[in-house]
Design a binder for this molecule. Structure first.
Ligand code: FES
Ligand code: FES
Length: 160
């Protein structure tokens, strides 16, 4: 059965007819065409599919689209504004937090969610917030440096 899904996606209200069994990940990538959200393990293990639902990180591969009825959903495409990178995007770029980049949208969204909840995270807060995300290229030191740099940029007024 399909139903009308109403949500605010990346700041814009939209309505789509969505079958009950469609995953949020597939809705975003295939119905809407937002391919920044990545399919990794497709089983809740890697975090590549992380998006924000009402500012909380969610694994979109484990989330039915129908369950975000009425919610605000933000994907990585929402972050840059008028050609300017967000604090977290700049953090990853300037501190070399990405190599192949496949995991990066998920890390960025988990980090953006952290800074929205906690603008001054400790190292332990960052490690905990990224504990659902796996990177097989960088090691995690650069990623943690990237999020710390993002927090500094955010403190100077750059949106997370
Ligand atoms: S694709 Fe969702 S956790 Fe790996
Ligand atoms: S940068 Fe390649 S998997 Fe993380």
């Amino acid at each position: 059965m399909a139903r009308l899904l109403e949500l605010v996606l990346n700041g814009r209200a939209r309505v789509d007819a969505v079958p009950d069994n469609v995953l949020l990940l597939d809705y975003l990538r295939e119905t809407v065409g937002l391919t920044g959200t990545k399919t990794g393990c497709d089983g809740g293990e890697c975090g590549a599919c992380t998006v924000l639902v009402d500012d909380r990180p969610k694994l979109s591969c484990l989330t039915l689209a129908a369950t975000v009825q009425g919610a605000r959903v933000d994907t990585v495409e929402s972050l840059a504004q008028d050609g300017r990178l967000s604090a977290v995007q700049r953090g990853f770029h300037e501190k070399l937090g990405a190599q192949c980049g496949y995991c990066t949208p998920g890390f960025i969204m988990a980090s953006a969610g952290l800074l929205r909840r906690n603008p001054r995270p400790s190292d332990a807060d960052i490690v905990a917030a990224l504990s659902s995300n796996i990177c097989r290229c960088t090691g995690y030191v650069k990623i943690i440096e990237a999020v710390k740099h993002a927090a500094e940029l955010h403190a100077r007024g750059v949106a997370p």
